[in-house]
Design a protein around this ligand. Structure first.
Ligand SMILES: Nc1nc2c(ncn2[C@@H]2O[C@H](COP(=O)(O)OP(=O)(O)OP(=O)(O)O)[C@@H](O)[C@H]2O)c(=O)[nH]1
Ligand SMILES: [Mg+2]
Length: 222
């Protein structure tokens, strides 16, 4: 891995007050795939990582509205096992990625706890919900996971193993964070509309596929 190590001054949170620097945190139970997702995303950019005993920062540079934006993705090193994060983890965060594992129901149920803790520290930052590991069972994408809808949050089916939807997830989240920092909520509306259409298209495609399949089965039956 072409990781470059940085100094501990990178942990100074005052830098997030600047226009071009944002902080995105990642929450979710142990082993849902948080680090794999963050690592995969950092590979699309200049990979730079800083690890301490409690934390890994994945540093990412991108362009939003023709401006260069530096993004620090914060990932824990196991604190989530205690079901609670240190307050500095939430401090000055501009967006949150909340992950569960589609293969383990308990990780979905625990989103309620993560979300509650997040809102106690950061009541208004954009938060997206991520259903990871869809590669293990693609049919899972036809199931409804209503937590995101109930809370009015964007929802993504992804796979850190084969990369499905990973670029879209991170691009949208970065834009949401920037838009939050600039005090605009327009991008949230845009994302919600776009994801609704995306959902409808997926349902229509599945319905059309099922229709074709049943026609085929009928024509083959004696
Ligand atoms: N099949 C499959 N396995 C995955 C995927 N993402 C992660 N994994 C596996 O799940 C395990 C946990 O992944 P991590 O990224 O370490 O999970 P984490 O949420 O960072 O876990 P902690 O650091 O313990 O909180 C690893 O064995 C990964 O290889 C995925 O999209 N599909
Ligand atoms: Mg991890």
């Amino acid at each position: 891995m072409a990781a470059e190590s940085s100094s501990l001054s990178d942990l100074n949170q005052d830098k997030y007050d600047g226009d071009e620097h944002i902080k995105i945190i990642c929450l979710g139970d142990s082993a849902v795939g948080k680090s794999n997702l963050l690592y995969l995303n950092s590979c699309y950019s200049r990979p730079q990582q800083l690890s301490t005993y409690a934390l890994t920062l994945y540093k990412y540079t991108t362009t939003v509205n023709e401006k260069t934006v530096l993004v620090d993705f914060w990932d824990t090193a196991g604190q989530e096992r205690f079901q609670s994060m240190h307050p500095s983890y939430y401090h000055k965060a501009h967006a949150c990625i909340m992950v569960f594992d589609v293969q383990r129901k308990i990780t979905y149920k625990n989103l309620n706890n993560w979300y509650k803790e997040l809102r106690e520290s950061r009541p208004e930052i954009p938060c997206v919900v991520v259903a990871n590991k869809i590669d293990a069972d693609l049919k899972i994408t036809q199931k409804s996971f209503n937590f995101a809808k109930k809370q009015g949050l964007p929802f993504y089916f992804v796979s850190a193993a084969d990369g499905t939807n990973v670029v879209k997830l991170f691009r949208d989240t970065i834009k949401l964070a920037v838009s939050y920092k600039q005090n605009t909520s327009d991008f949230m509306d845009e994302v919600m509309r776009e994801l609704e259409n995306f959902d409808l298209e997926a349902k229509e495609n599945t319905a059309a596929k099922n229709d074709d399949q049943s026609k085929e089965e009928k024509s083959q039956s004696p």
